[in-house]
Write a protein that binds this ligand. Structure first.
Ligand SMILES: *[C@@H]1O[C@H](CO)[C@@H](O)[C@H](O)[C@H]1NC(C)=O
Ligand SMILES: *[C@@H]1O[C@H](CO)[C@@H](O)[C@H](O)[C@H]1NC(C)=O
Ligand SMILES: [Cu+2]
Length: 179
């Protein structure tokens, strides 16, 4: 029981390392090539402690952090903060949405905008690898009496499935609500 709980906790805890994400990957922060920054962000699991790097030619672009309303309307009149070095690292220190766009006229409208959404609930928990490893290993845990052990493992498996399902639904609801 203790071992199984420990492994479940490890599966949830293994996401807590800091990652560095370069916006747009090798393409960087640009209007060239019609980069879909929404799609880029959707495949990431941003966490507190991560660093977001905007790399671009500072002659042609910049980075503005803005409110949701300004993000939606591409209104660059009063950004929360502006970055102009061409290699800007932004450290994530809180949950929720972090809206950025390029403040050069026309660039946000052309799609140079990104929403870094740091979820409260880890979206890594429902992925197959995190789901499978604790349950698979659970069946190898030596049990004092098999008649007691199997209902326990089935119950744990059920609880984990319900939890992952709930988390999945919640993330989906979150995603559709804010987009
Ligand atoms: C942009 O935002 C400012 C301040 O919030 C507002 O005064 C202005 O009317 C907005 N401009 C447009 C085009 O919506
Ligand atoms: C951007 O800065 C990071 C360190 O903050 C550095 O490792 C990287 O080489 C820089 N990239 C460019 C293109 O200057
Ligand atoms: Cu730009």
């Amino acid at each position: 029981m203790g071992v199984v709980l420990f492994m479940v906790m490890m599966a949830v805890a293994q996401v807590s390392h800091a990652d560095v994400y370069k916006v747009g990957d090798s393409a960087g922060w640009t209007t060239l090539g019609n980069i879909d920054y929404r799609k880029w962000a959707a495949t990431k699991n941003f966490q507190i402690g991560d660093t977001i790097v905007f790399e671009y030619n500072a002659k042609f672009h910049n980075v503005m952090r803005v409110t949701h309303a300004m993000y939606k309307s591409c209104n660059a009149s009063s950004p929360i903060s502006t970055f102009t070095t061409g290699n800007d690292s932004i450290h994530i220190t809180n949950h929720g949405h972090h809206f950025f766009f390029c403040g050069v006229p026309g660039h946000c409208e052309a799609g140079q905008k990104v929403d870094i959404n740091v979820l409260r609930v880890s979206v890594e928990a429902p992925t197959p690898s995190a789901l499978v490893s604790p349950t698979v290993q659970a069946s190898h845990v030596p049990a004092p009496s098999p008649s007691n052990a199997s209902p326990l493992i089935i119950a744990l498996r059920g609880a984990f499935g319900v939890m992952s399902f709930t988390i999945g639904i919640l993330s989906l609801a979150f995603y559709s609500y804010f987009n």
